[in-house]
Design a protein around this ligand. Structure first.
Ligand code: CP
Ligand code: NVA
Length: 302
């Protein structure tokens, strides 16, 4: 059974093929429309706008009926074991997608489900987002050659972890600027097979000549109790603002997975700068990459 949990187990070719399929769906939307009578469970333990909408619409358009479940409304919320839920939902659905607080919940779902399990974000990874981001980078630069990405912010961010996995497979350079306390550990980098990454405390060093500036919130879902400390640790040095972006390549793009906290990790001026900010394209591309992932897992996973 092929799942979609981290992308660690996907080859470079498989990732490139998902991106090129997504680009094909974007160019010729009718190429993906079908009806199959299949269905997918979309389970949310945390809030979501983009993932929820893009997965539901993508599934519907490729002929897979989406049913959205709030974690707390399922018996899961009253303590039914994850392994039992996995086995039961597998009897009705052709795939199970979940957004969870702890990544090991996805691993348990995958262990007991008899259908593919898709990670719609965990504390550790957000592969659907990273795939759409690399599709966006491909569109903006016509490929990945010589693209340098600077990630400024939380060095242990779930979106960053997934960007690192793909970047490493595609040979794309990533530099991380983060306070030392938030650097990824050596162990974690080894575990995700990430060999080439530059980590610095200095955002200017990371951004210097970069083609892509990427940031994410300083306080992710589930970290609300650390808000005060995190804002103190990241602000003002790691805010992507007009002063910092001047160090990037002049044709740089600004990326953010969204939702953004304006004037925390990014200023209004940078995110709204239509010349450089591609955040709405990233969000749109979630639809096409979701279709590519769903059709691979549901139609080719036999
Ligand atoms: N980027 C992203 O996953 O957004 P949502 O939390 O709105 O799904
Ligand atoms: N790092 C953020 C990403 C949201 C899409 C979070 O986990 O809240």
């Amino acid at each position: 059974m092929v799942h979609f949990l981290t992308l660690k187990d996907y080859s470079r070719e498989e990732i490139l093929s998902l991106i090129s399929k997504a680009i094909k769906y974007k160019r010729t939307p009718q190429s993906s429309i079908s009806f199959s009578g299949k269905s997918i469970a979309l389970i949310f333990e945390k809030p979501s706008t983009r993932t929820r909408a893009s997965m539901a619409v993508a599934a519907y358009q490729i002929g897979v009926f989406p049913i959205t479940y709030n974690w707390s409304e399922l018996q899961l919320g009253r303590g039914e074991p994850i392994k039992d839920t996995a086995r039961v939902l597998s009897r009705y659905h052709d795939a199970i997608a979940a957004r969870v607080y702890f990544h090991n919940v996805l691993e348990e779902l995958a262990e007991y489900a008899s259908v593919p399990v898709i990670n719609m974000l965990s504390n550790l990874f957000h592969p659907l987002q990273a795939l759409a981001d690399f599709m966006t980078i491909f569109e903006k630069f016509g490929g990945f050659k010589d693209v340098k990405i600077a990630f400024v912010g939380d060095g242990r961010d779930n979106v960053l972890n997934s960007l690192l996995i793909i970047a490493n497979k595609l040979g794309v350079e990533i530099r991380i600027a983060s306070p030392r306390e938030y650097w990824p550990t050596e162990n974690f980098l080894n575990e995700i097979g990430c060999r080439a990454v530059t980590i610095t405390e200095d955002p200017i060093e990371a951004i210097d000549g970069a083609n892509v500036i990427y940031t994410d919130v300083f306080v992710s879902m589930g970290q609300e109790s650390e808000r005060e400390k995190r804002l103190k640790d990241f602000l003002p040095s790691y805010q992507v603002n007009d002063r910092l972006v001047r160090f990037a390549d002049q044709n740089f793009i600004f990326m953010h997975c969204l939702p953004a906290k304006r004037n925390e990790e990014v200023t209004d001026s940078v995110i709204e700068d239509v010349q450089h900010s591609v955040v709405w394209d990233q969000a749109e591309n979630r639809l096409y990459t979701a279709k590519a992932v769903l059709s691979k897992l549901i139609y080719e996973n036999i």
